[in-house]
Design a protein around this ligand. Sequence first.
Ligand SMILES: Cc1cc2nc3c(=O)[nH]c(=O)nc-3n(C[C@H](O)[C@H](O)[C@H](O)COP(=O)(O)OP(=O)(O)OC[C@H]3O[C@@H](n4cnc5c(N)ncnc54)[C@H](O)[C@@H]3O)c2cc1C
Length: 485
Amino acid sequence: MTAREKPAILWFRQDLRLDDHPALHAAAANGRVVQPVFILDDAAEGEWASGGAGRWWLHHSLEALGTQLRRIGAPLLLQRGATADGLVKLAKELGAGSVHCSQRFEPAGPAQEECVRSALAAVGVSFAAHAGALLHDPAVLRTGSGVPYKVYTPFAKSLRAHVAIGDPLPAPRALPSVAQRPAGCTLESLGLLPTFDWAGSMQGRWTPGELGAQKRLAAFMAQPMRDYGEARDIPAQDGSSSLSPHMHWGEISPRRVWSDVSRSDAGKSSGASKFLAEILWREFAAHVLCNFPATASKPLRPEFAKFPWQPSTKHLRAWQRGQTGYPIVDAGMRQLWATGWMHNRVRMIVASFLVKHLLQSWQEGARWFWDTLCDADLASNTLGWQWSAGCGADAAPYFRIFNPILQGEKFDPDGEFVRRWVPELAKVPSEFIHQPWEAPPMVLASSGVLLGETYPRPIVDHPTARERALAALQKISSGKSAARD
Ligand SMILES: Cc1cc2nc3c(=O)[nH]c(=O)nc-3n(C[C@H](O)[C@H](O)[C@H](O)COP(=O)(O)OP(=O)(O)OC[C@H]3O[C@@H](n4cnc5c(N)ncnc54)[C@H](O)[C@@H]3O)c2cc1C
């Protein structure tokens, strides 16, 4: 048998789709028989193995992928354990000549690829990691001085100028599969679902899998995209795409999103252009993490390593449970727990509140998000937290401290978002919804609110917390002036 005729293995990772899948096309080239496999290898992910919400998503996404692959004739094989060992064993069993996968850019990704490459080389099997996860190659795009970008705007300009975003590849209609199906494990035995059922409300909100991703993009392009520029900041509205978990798990490729949006009827609208700019924030996040891999746990700006955080289990718990006494913060944290997702504006507010009002480290916040977000993505989460804490690439300066009351009044003026997620405040008049402690006792009583009992009093006083945060900043830097909120 020549290498060409030997079966190929398609190793699925965070690319759980058939559309626009360069690794799949390479594996199936020349009519080759393909064995698709997904291997759950938590040890290879180290401290960043998927958290609870991510694992819930992965379970359902694998189920959806399995159904699609069965339909086109190449059932998905599931395994768990060390990836390199699993691939070598499988290649020997099938007499496979090559293994194909999509590249990953988080620190664990390239390390795993190297390990697989050398293990396969030792048994004479070729290995190729293909593009597909991003629009650009983070190892190639560089500033004029030849270094990686740390600022979004020049990065985005350079990507638009130098990267040719080609046409997406079609999904195959059929995939010839191996005659003898190798042994694998069941989806249930991967143990991805929670042992107690906290995921009930996520079930109704999401449709993991490629078809769910395509439907969501189509629905977004049909309506909200035109108004995205303004609506994306209003948490009570479905003004953004909610594509993030689909994109994290690779159920839709960034090239497909880019191409469909650009070519749609509203492709030239200001909403579409703002949306594509956000897709480039995803690229930027991957660029930063790929080139500065230590930032997953350490600040990009080293002076912040000495920031005088004031660890407090009590404050951290109150934040995690949506019991801080600041309605917009609590609404966001409860939305996160119930749906595995949080609106972007509210992510910025709750992150700022944790690191600045409560002086809890950004790493604590990032960890909680990692476990509770179904779109938990090492690059975007790290960028988002370091941006909020003022210690990362193109970050908001630390001294710019979001006022949770003003943010609530500006982006949730009638308190619709707060009322939805903090039902104990549902009857509070809009005037006081973002600061119920200012409401006269009669108003609170008629709204059914007993502060300190049915809803907490503010865990910290905003002006005091603001001064404390600025004093903490002074300890690591001198000569920076404080700006107003
Ligand atoms: C503290 C913090 C933590 C975050 N953690 C994550 C995370 O773990 N995973 C994640 O995907 N995003 C994260 N984000 C970025 C952003 O909040 C989400 O991508 C966005 O809210 C997802 O909703 P959407 O799909 O409706 O976005 P849309 O507004 O519809 O944007 C479209 C897509 O662009 C990308 N995108 C949008 N904004 C950003 C951004 N600021 N950074 C990177 N990519 C972006 C996402 O892939 C998103 O799906 C974080 C932001 C903050 C402030």
